[in-house]
Design a protein around this ligand. Structure first.
Ligand SMILES: Nc1ncnc2c1ncn2[C@@H]1O[C@H](COP(=O)(O)OP(=O)(O)OP(=O)(O)O)[C@@H](O)[C@H]1O
Ligand SMILES: [Mg+2]
Length: 207
């Protein structure tokens, strides 16, 4: 269409700019679809040396649009030059996507009571004592103490509006166990109580 357009007419120029925008979005969509395809084809793990920061940033193209639509901002505070971990790219991305989607649901739930709430998700990484630490924070509805242990069980779900099956966190736990890592949830960061939830991951650095 861009090739066929008559550039002499002024209105057509606007159309060209829209068409070019569409082209670039189509390119973006195909790369996302390719990514999703390799995601769903997955069978078995392919363990190798991977860059956790890179995997975190990769997930943004998968769900960034969904977050934007719900007025949720995602920020990254990724420590540069952290050691690699020994893992599998697809499974680590699945883990991160599951966590972000849970945060999104928790924020949407909170927005039901407070429609003006700007959602915020923050993912940070750091490195101490041979372990990589990843913290995923959100300002969603939060998790009451009494259910903190239960949420990791297969089939458990608390948020009523959710269409999910309660499987995400049990999958996340399985993946993290495979990595010899740990996951837990806290309602405070550096001793300060926060509104939503903070999921903490420790993953051993690659030896
Ligand atoms: N960031 C969060 N904030 C508040 N509650 C959470 C958060 N993450 C998980 N939960 C609670 O833990 C429950 C279990 O999460 P899980 O990911 O296993 O299942 P789900 O999201 O309900 O369904 P699925 O992941 O299968 O779509 C959720 O239903 C929710 O009650
Ligand atoms: Mg989930």
């Amino acid at each position: 269409m861009v090739d066929d357009i008559n550039y002499e007419e002024f209105e057509n120029l606007q159309a060209v700019s829209e068409l070019l925008k569409i082209c670039s979005l189509v390119d973006k969509s195909s790369s996302i679809i390719d990514h999703i395809r390799s995601f769903s084809k997955k069978s078995g793990f392919f363990m190798k040396s991977i860059d956790l920061n890179k995997a975190i940033l990769n997930t943004k193209s998968l769900i960034g649009q969904q977050l934007k639509k719900n007025n949720i901002e995602i920020n990254f505070e990724l420590r540069k030059n952290i050691p690699k971990i020994y893992g599998d790219n697809i499974s680590i991305e699945q883990l991160i996507v599951n966590m972000i989607l849970n945060s999104k649901d928790a924020i949407i739930e909170k927005q039901q009571e407070n429609p003006d709430l700007d959602g915020n998700i923050r993912i940070s990484t750091s490195h101490t004592n041979g372990m990589i630490k990843m913290v995923i924070q959100d300002n969603g509805i939060g998790i009451p103490d009494v259910i903190k242990e239960k949420i990791f069980l297969k089939g458990y779900k608390e948020i009523k509006g959710k269409k999910g099956m309660g499987l995400g966190l049990s999958l996340v736990t399985k993946i993290i166990e495979l990595y010899n890592g740990k996951i837990w949830v806290e309602d405070r960061v550096n001793g300060n109580y926060t509104q939503g939830s903070n999921f903490i991951f420790l993953i051993p650095e690659e030896i």
